[in-house]
Design a protein around this ligand. Structure first.
Ligand SMILES: Nc1nc2c(ncn2[C@@H]2O[C@H](COP(=O)(O)OP(=O)(O)OP(=O)(O)O)[C@@H](O)[C@H]2O)c(=O)[nH]1
Ligand SMILES: [Mg+2]
Length: 685
């Protein structure tokens, strides 16, 4: 608890599911702190948060909103995180540098399960957090009670939730609350502090029950309180506040507040709880095991602002930073405060502050920088998540290719849940197309919009190519002669080969069984190269795999034969042979591991069989009680939008990882379609 001494700068992250009202709450908190004169709204596109055109167009947060401000003489940075499931990596990175998180929930029991992965993340990292049940206006007209909401939320949280307020209902509306520690009743007023009112008789019993539950929850973590409880002694208000703050900081309990962000209800009460109960930066640094040092900062977000250039948004864990400070070998050039889309220069940043540092060209999100050593990766920083949705892209203007790569690099710097590259296929071949990957179609579309809008590089996007292959079902012997007489000396090569299928996964094998010098040794590698040329595109139009070629004989000419001639003859022989060997299409099959709550497992199984998948087995998901992991093989061609379907079947909670497993024969109508599409694409080139 704050004992009258001022706290240093602190950081609170606002997190929770999509559309819960986080950005609206940010606006209300800025308003209550006097940091903005007039409150804007997300719907009207006037909020401090979500300033980018991509966010405004969607009325949703598409990347982290950072807002630093003063509240009652103390420094705070609020990190308003996107709620979209596709943007969860961004929220997690913000949480990792926050002193405290405010989980913004809706008063809807049927949506509470969605919070389980978030609560788990917070508890796994011991991040102190409170819940703010927003949109209490929506509860007013229903039969639902806060205790129903609490019960549903509790089912999603390992830590006990401790209700700190009970609502006051009047004529089917929620008009205020009773604070369970002070036992005072308040009536909410829009845009102002609440009015202290007499505690209505109608809530007295409910208030006492809830207060008793709160004290019992606290007594679980404190022997003195437990003794008092057993002896029926009422603990003092100070004791209760002190215990609440202590247990929050250790992530032992989760206090629950309530209000309506869009009309400022409950916002000052929330601020007060943050101010008195949230831990200081030093405590968070100890929890994160930040190394000692005179000056230690950690970058958690990179921004490429048009005017200011590269900005590394960092938390100062130890010491202070000024303009010109050298951090891990680079000089800071410019320090800035961020408030939504505005950037304001500041002279220095102190321990605990969040600040945007200019021109640290080498710094990456997750780096810990210091005045003495080189940059080190924060051990608690997560790996970039693998993409679950990809598109192939090309610049509309061919001349924009270089600009496109530079823009993509900036987007990936800003958000490592995005990735791009000239894809490598399962056997190491170049995919020959630029692939942009992300965490879902919305995430990827936001990146495409930014390419066009912010970077002025419009791109065309389509589904990435499926790396089909083909092979043969039987073998043959083949003769090929390449002979050309043109002017001076000609070209001559004659080869005899045998071609036969190999087992799946064996690739290509070449054997030389030429005897008696029918072909001179120095030409034999050229025949092998020719065979590879011939396998590059088979009769169906795809690279040919799992084939053995044996060179059994041939002829040469002492003047006209050359490596080039033998290479051509080798290719001719293979191309001719393949058509006689019952070519067959091979499609890539991925091994996919799908994680979802166990009550969704039956749905997940149906999803797999609906995509020509084969279930290999399922197990409990390690570290996730009540969750399953289903392992399956699914053709790559059937993976499109798997993440979308999976999320819609699992209230957004399902996730998967996938990797190449094997190639499988594809025949019949579907194979014909693939071959026709390929032929049409080649013809169109
Ligand atoms: N009825 C009601 N609506 C609210 C309240 N707070 C916010 N909203 C509305 O809820 C919608 C979503 O609000 P946002 O603040 O954008 O929600 P968010 O959590 O930031 O959403 P994402 O950033 O996309 O995850 C908006 O239309 C708000 O006007 C509230 O207390 N009551
Ligand atoms: Mg938002």
């Amino acid at each position: 608890m704050n004992n009258g001494t001022r706290s240093g700068p602190r950081v609170a992250a606002l997190v929770g599911p999509y559309l819960g009202g986080k950005t609206t709450l940010l606006e209300a908190m800025l308003g209550a702190a006097g940091a903005i004169q007039r409150k804007g709204s997300v719907a009207e596109g006037t909020s401090v948060g979500d300033p980018s055109p991509e966010a405004r167009a969607r009325h949703m947060t598409v990347d982290l909103n950072v807002a630093s401000l003063d509240f009652m003489g103390e420094r705070w940075t609020l990190l308003d995180c996107p709620g979209s499931l596709e943007l969860v990596a961004e929220a997690q990175r913000a949480l990792l540098v926050a002193d405290v998180a405010v989980v913004v929930a809706e008063p809807a029991p049927d949506k509470a399960a969605m919070l389980a992965p978030l609560f788990k993340f917070l508890d796994d990292h011991a991040i102190p957090h409170m819940v703010f049940i927003n949109k209490m206006d929506q509860l007013g007209g229903t039969d639902l009670r806060v205790r129903d909401v609490m019960q549903a939320l509790q089912a999603a949280s390992r830590r006990p939730l401790v209700l700190r307020q009970v609502p006051i209902r009047e004529d089917g509306r929620i008009t205020g609350y009773v604070d369970l520690v002070s036992e005072r009743a308040y009536r909410w007023r829009p845009g102002q502090a609440s009015d202290l009112v007499a505690l209505p008789d109608t809530v007295r019993e409910r208030e006492q029950d809830a207060r008793q539950s709160m004290i019992e929850a606290l007594a679980d973590f404190d022997d003195t309180l437990l003794e008092q409880l057993l002896e029926d002694v009422a603990p003092s208000r100070e004791e209760v506040y002190g215990q609440l703050a202590k247990d929050l900081r250790k992530d032992l309990i989760v206090p629950v507040f309530m209000g309506c962000a869009d009309r400022d209800h409950g916002v000052r009460r929330l601020w007060k709880a943050l101010r008195h109960e949230a831990p200081e930066a030093a405590e968070t640094a100890a929890r994160l095991e930040i190394p000692d040092g005179r000056t230690v900062v950690q970058v958690f977000k990179t921004l490429h602002a048009n005017h200011a250039g590269k900005l590394s948004v960092a938390r100062v864990w130890r010491g202070g930073v000024g303009d010109g400070t050298t951090l891990s070998g680079e000089r800071v050039s410019g320090l800035f405060d961020l408030v939504g889309g505005t950037v304001a220069k500041r002279p220095e940043a102190l321990e605990g502050d969040v600040v945007a540092l200019g021109k640290l060209e080498k710094a990456r999100a997750g780096d810990i920088l210091s005045d003495t050593g080189g940059a080190v990766r924060a051990p608690f920083w997560p790996e970039a998540p693998a993409p679950v949705h990809s598109v192939a892209i090309e610049a509309v203007q061919r001349t924009d290719e270089v600009k496109l790569t530079a823009a993509l690099q900036k987007l990936v710097d800003e958000d490592d849940a995005l990735s791009f590259g000239h894809g490598m296929e399962h056997d190491g071949a170049q995919a020959g197309e630029m692939v942009l990957g992300g965490q879902g179609p919305v995430h990827v579309q936001i990146a495409l919009d930014r390419l066009a809008g912010r970077f002025n590089v419009p791109v065309r996007a389509r589904a990435p190519k499926i790396p089909y292959r083909e092979t043969i079902r039987r073998g043959t012997a083949q003769h090929a002669r390449f002979k050309r007489q043109s002017g001076g000396h000609g070209q001559f090569a004659d080869v005899q080969v045998e071609v036969r299928p190999l087992a799946r996964g064996e690739g290509f094998r070449f054997e030389d069984k030429v005897v008696g010098g029918a072909i001179p040794r120095n030409f034999i590698p050229a025949v092998e190269d020719g065979a590879r040329d011939g396998l590059a595109s088979g009769p169906l139009g795809f690279p040919v795999v799992d084939v053995a070629v044996t060179l059994t004989g041939g002829q040469f000419h002492s003047v006209d034969s050359s490596e080039q001639a033998f290479r051509t003859a080798g290719r001719m022989a293979i191309q001719e042979a393949l058509t006689k060997c019952e070519p067959v299409l091979l499609e890539p099959i991925l091994q996919v591991v799908i994680a979802a709550p166990a009550d969704c497992t039956a749905r997940v199984q149906r999803l797999i069989s609906g995509r020509r998948g084969q279930i290999l087995g399922y197990d409990a998901r390690p570290g996730w009680p009540g969750w399953d992991e289903v392992r399956a093989c699914i053709p790559q061609a059937d993976m499109a939008d798997l993440i979308v379907e999976l999320r819609s079947l699992t209230q957004g909670m399902g996730s998967f990882r996938a990797g190449f497993d094997h190639l499988a024969e594809l025949t019949g109508k579907s194979a014909e379609r693939v071959v026709e599409t390929r032929a049409a694409a080649v013809a169109a080139q």
